[in-house]
Design a protein around this ligand. Structure first.
Ligand code: TYM
Length: 324
């Protein structure tokens, strides 16, 4: 039986990139069998967060998002990373056998520093903590977006380094990607909290209209025939429309002329698509926010299950390297 594991940082509100790249899979996969662990990476968020109240609110929002979107907590274990402190211990054991070069190659570290995030030791060691997250549960498969694939490879490298010295202690994991590996943001770059180009999954009304209005277009009029493949708006529409409806709009844009929709028209359809897709979950989110004790209970139960597993792996690793 395969074990799946993945995490999401509570460094802001979950956006469409998180949803289509990761969360959607995390919710769908447990229905197909296997063992599932999904967690809120609050230790990781400390590398960028400096506001305790905001972090606390984002942790709750992330948990509520998973539950509102339909994660089945009987089939999947939902928990907070910091409720399993053994992952920090494992990070040290793994770091002790990992060459600097393995982490120096991490692209996301270099990108973050380039963007002006302070180059703390924690930020550098970030993939090491992520490796521990993955290895602590003997995970086989890690459903993530494209930007995290290198980190899963680093987890394999760190596990192999440890196993080479101490024997077969860790399972070597593999990344699995959804078909939306790199959801674009409003400006066409990857949608990312740190680029300020995101749409929160539960955005609605005027705020949603304003955001969709920012999706980059050009000055060509509706009547001019265009290739939809070159239009950012169609990358968004693809996420929300059925293939048949998507093809209908694409054909009209390709043909141009008096019947062709303008960008405003397409943006209106996108707004409706987003509102419709998340309407039931939006309602459920309100209910969950009004019942924090229930969410806490679910997270506590998840932590208990997750911790039991992580303690076992930690003990195995401690024994192997001579600390037990
Ligand atoms: P994070 O919080 O940046 O993103 C959470 C998940 O969303 C995916 N994602 C995207 N997918 C497609 N298009 C996008 N524009 C987009 N933006 C984000 C990410 O690939 C990710 O799957 N380091 C991780 C959290 C983590 C983790 C782990 C993940 C900590 N430990 C162990 C897996 C296993 C992160 O920062 O994800």
């Amino acid at each position: 039986m395969s074990t799946y594991l993945s995490g999401i940082q509570p460094s802001g509100l979950p956006h469409l990139g998180n949803y289509f790249g990761a969360i959607e899979q995390h919710i769908r996969l447990p229905g197909q069998g296997g063992e599932h662990f999904y967690f809120i990476a609050d230790y990781h968020a400390l590398t960028t967060s400096r506001d305790a109240a905001e972090l606390r609110a984002n942790v709750r929002e992330t948990a509520v998002t998973y539950l509102a979107l339909g994660l089945d907590v009987e089939r999947a274990t939902l928990f907070r990373q910091s409720h399993v402190p053994e992952v920090c211990e494992l990070t040290w054991l793994l770091a002790s056998v990992t060459g600097m070069g393995v982490l120096e190659r991490a692209v996301s570290y270099k990108e973050k520093v380039q963007k002006g995030i302070a180059a703390s030791v924690g930020l550098f060691l970030y993939p090491g903590l992520m490796a521990s997250d993955i290895l602590a549960y003997d995970s086989h498969l890690v459903p993530v977006g494209a930007d995290q694939v290198q980190h899963v490879e680093i987890a394999r490298d760190m596990a192999s380094a440890f196993n080479a010295v101490y024997g077969e202690v860790f399972v070597l994991p593999q990344a699995v990607m959804s078909k939306h590996t790199k959801v674009p943001g409003l400006d066409g770059e990857k949608m990312s909290k740190s680029y300020g180009n995101t749409i929160w999954v539960f955005e609605t009304g005027k705020a949603l209209k304003k955001l969709v209005g920012r999706i980059t277009t050009d000055s060509r009029g509706p009547e001019e025939p265009k290739d939809p493949a070159g239009l950012l708006l169609f990358d968004f529409l693809r996420l929300f429309l059925t293939p048949a409806e998507f093809e209908e709009w694409a054909a009209r844009v390709r043909a141009g002329g008096v019947d062709a929709p303008g960008y405003g028209h397409l943006k209106q359809r996108l707004i409706e698509g987003i509102e419709e897709r998340f309407a039931p979950a939006r309602k459920r989110r309100e209910e969950l926010l009004a019942d924090p004790a229930e969410v806490d209970r679910i997270l506590a139960r998840g932590a208990e299950r997750a911790r039991e597993r992580a303690v076992r792996t930690r003990d195995r690793a401690l024994r192997a390297c001579g600390l037990r």
